[in-house]
Design a protein around this ligand. Structure first.
Ligand code: RIB
Ligand code: NA
Length: 309
C-alpha cells in the first residue's frame, strides 16, 4: 500500500482549560470550561491531511494506557493507517496542558512521554512505506534524531519532505534545513532560528531569505491572521499570501491544520505552485481557528468549498 502522506511525529492528549486570560506566574485564576481532546503536532497534521482525503499513515508511539488506546481508536475513526503506531509499556502517552484565553490565544506545556521512545527501530519497520510515500512530514515533538533519520530516509528516496521546526529547540541540527523541501514555521519559530525579530512583513522577508540560505528548497513563514510568506530557492521574489479575516475562537492547532492541508495538496496536486497550495491551506486553517480545540476544529473535505479541491 502506498500512502499519500506519512507523518513521523507526536501524539498528545490535550488537557484544555478556557479562561478569560492567561494567568501570570504564581497566580490562580478561574476558568469557565475544561475538556480533553486529541492533539500533538504530528497527529494533528496527519488527521487534517486525512480529513481532506489523503491516504495517510502515522508513525508514532503512545503509552500502553487508557489515553494510548483511545488515541489508536481516534486514528482508526479518521481513516489513518495504524500499522506503525507503537505502544510503550514503560512510558505514558504524551500530554499537553493548554490554557486558551478569550482572544483565542494559548500557552502550552507538553510532556512528551512515549513520544520520546520513537526511534530508529520503528523507522526501520516503516521504511518500505516511507520510501513509497508521496510526502513525509516531521516536527520536533519526538527525538530530533528520529525526525532527522526519517527525513533522510525520505530524501534518499525522492519523497517530498515537509519539516515543521515546532516547538522550537535550542541548537537545532543544521542538517534539518537541507533535508526540507518545505521548511514551514511560524513567526516565533522564525525569530528563534534567525535570532532577529519577525514582527512585520519586511522582517519576515529577511528571516525567510536567511532560512533559505541555510539549505531549504523552500520556506513558508506563517503569520497567524496575516497569512503567510512563501520563499523558493530558485526564485528571488518571496510571495506574500494574505489570509481571509475570521473571528478567532481558539488558534490551537491552526499551524498543524495548515501543514496537514499543505501535505495533502503536495501529494494530490504535485504541480500546483507552492503559493497556491499555501493560499488553500490558509483557508483550511482559517476554518480551524473558528472552533475550540485542535482536531475537534479541523474541517473535513465535505465542509469546505469545492474550489479548494
Ligand atoms: O500545535 C498544537 C498542539 O501542540 C496541541 O494539540 C498540543 O498537543 C501541542 O502538541
Ligand atoms: Na481550533
Amino acid at each position: 500500500e502506498a500512502f499519500d502522506v506519512m507523518v513521523v511525529g507526536s501524539c498528545m492528549t490535550d488537557l484544555v482549560s478556557q479562561a478569560p486570560r492567561l494567568p501570570k506566574a504564581g497566580e490562580t485564576i478561574h476558568g469557565h470550561k475544561f475538556f480533553i481532546g486529541f492533539g500533538g503536532k504530528g497527529a494533528n497534521q496527519c488527521i487534517q491531511a486525512a480529513r481532506l482525503g489523503a491516504n495517510t499513515a502515522m508513525v508514532c508511539k503512545v503509552g500502553k494506557d487508557f489515553f494510548g488506546d483511545n488515541y489508536i481508536q481516534n486514528f482508526k475513526d479518521n481513516g489513518v493507517h495504524t500499522g506503525f503506531v507503537g505502544q510503550a509499556s514503560d512510558a505514558a502517552t504524551g500530554a499537553a496542558s493548554i490554557i486558551v484565553n478569550d482572544a483565542g490565544e494559548n500557552v502550552i506545556v507538553i510532556v512528551a512521554g512515549a513520544n520520546m521512545l520513537l526511534g530508529s527501530e520503528e523507522l526501520q519497520k516503516a521504511l518500505p512505506a516511507i520510501t513509497h510515500a508521496k510526502v513525509l512530514v516531521c516536527q520536533l515533538e519526538v527525538s530530533p534524531q528520529t525526525s532527522l533519520l526519517a527525513l533522510r530516509m525520505a530524501q534518499e528516496n525522492k519523497v517530498k519532505t515537509i519539516f515543521n521546526p515546532a516547538p522550537d529547540i535550542p541548537d537545532m541540527d543544521p542538517e534539518f534545513y537541507s533535508l526540507s523541501d518545505v521548511f514551514c514555521c511560524n513567526e516565533t519559530e522564525a525569530e528563534l532560528l534567525t535570532g532577529s525579530s519577525v514582527a512585520n512583513l519586511e522582517e519576515a522577508h529577511r528571516a525567510g531569505q536567511e532560512l533559505l540560505k541555510r539549505g531549504c528548497a523552500s520556506v513558508i513563514i506563517t503569520l497567524g491572521p496575516q497569512g503567510c510568506v512563501v520563499f523558493k530557492a530558485q526564485e528571488s521574489d518571496p510571495k506574500y499570501v494574505p489570509a481571509l479575516a475570521v473571528t478567532a475562537v481558539d488558534s490551537t492547532g491552526a499551524g498543524d491544520s495548515f501543514i496537514g492541508a499543505l501535505a495533502f495538496y503536495m501529494a494530490h496536486y504535485p504541480t500546483m505552485p507552492l503559493e497556491e497550495m499555501a493560499q488553500r491551506a490558509n483557508r483550511v486553517a482559517g476554518v480551524s481557528v473558528q472552533a475550540v480545540g485542535a482536531q475537534t476544529s479541523f474541517p473535513f473535505k465535505k465542509d469546505l468549498p469545492a474550489q479548494l479541491f
